[in-house]
Write a protein that binds this ligand. Sequence first.
Ligand SMILES: Cc1cc2nc3c(=O)[nH]c(=O)nc-3n(C[C@H](O)[C@H](O)[C@H](O)COP(=O)(O)O)c2cc1C
Length: 203
Amino acid sequence: MVEVLKGAEAEGATYETIALPGGTIKPCKGCDVCHKKGICPQKDDFEDLKAKIIASDGVVLASPNYIFSVSAQLKAFMDRCCGVVHCLGFEGRYGAAVVTSGGGDEEPVAEYMNQFLIATGITPVGSVWANMGELPNYEFTPEIVENARSLGRKLVHDWQNQIASPEIAERKAQFKERMRQLMLYCRQEWPFEAQYWEKTRGL
Ligand SMILES: Cc1cc2nc3c(=O)[nH]c(=O)nc-3n(C[C@H](O)[C@H](O)[C@H](O)COP(=O)(O)O)c2cc1C
């Protein structure tokens, strides 16, 4: 994570690192209020973090591989973004994923994080990972450091030039159409989200 941010910084980015220590973003209760009203009724750090991402140009997600997935802390945040997903509420921002593991399977975890970025409207530019079990003295190799810095530089570059690979552009378009169909189907039940779509991009 640190090396990705150094790469982004070298290209002129400023950043804030936000840790999710657990408990500060509670699990989603599935109450549907976010879909109806656009805001989560749970009183914790979620809405502030959502607002910070909306105010930003990009996001780097980082997680250890915990049982073939992201940490419970990050998953809680992802689940709380259900309303953001329906609205593609982070559209316009760029993102990247960072994963560490004790023994492997980093790539599917990174892919899951990138799919989450797409589902929130973010354009993922790539990912970087490290299998800590393979590292001598638990230290990142020069190759991993360079991959991470290069990802940070790419994040800024792709955002500046507003570019996405054809594969990512296609996946984003497909997911957006899926959400549009969902909104057409649920517009009565979820008025905030239907109105958000109408205001921002039409339904
Ligand atoms: C609850 C838990 C589950 C884990 N599950 C896996 C796993 O499924 N596969 C794996 O390779 N490593 C697993 N690990 C190891 C972590 O991924 C590893 O310790 C971490 O990525 C190291 O990075 P860090 O030093 O930045 O925490 C697990 C660790 C914990 C505590």
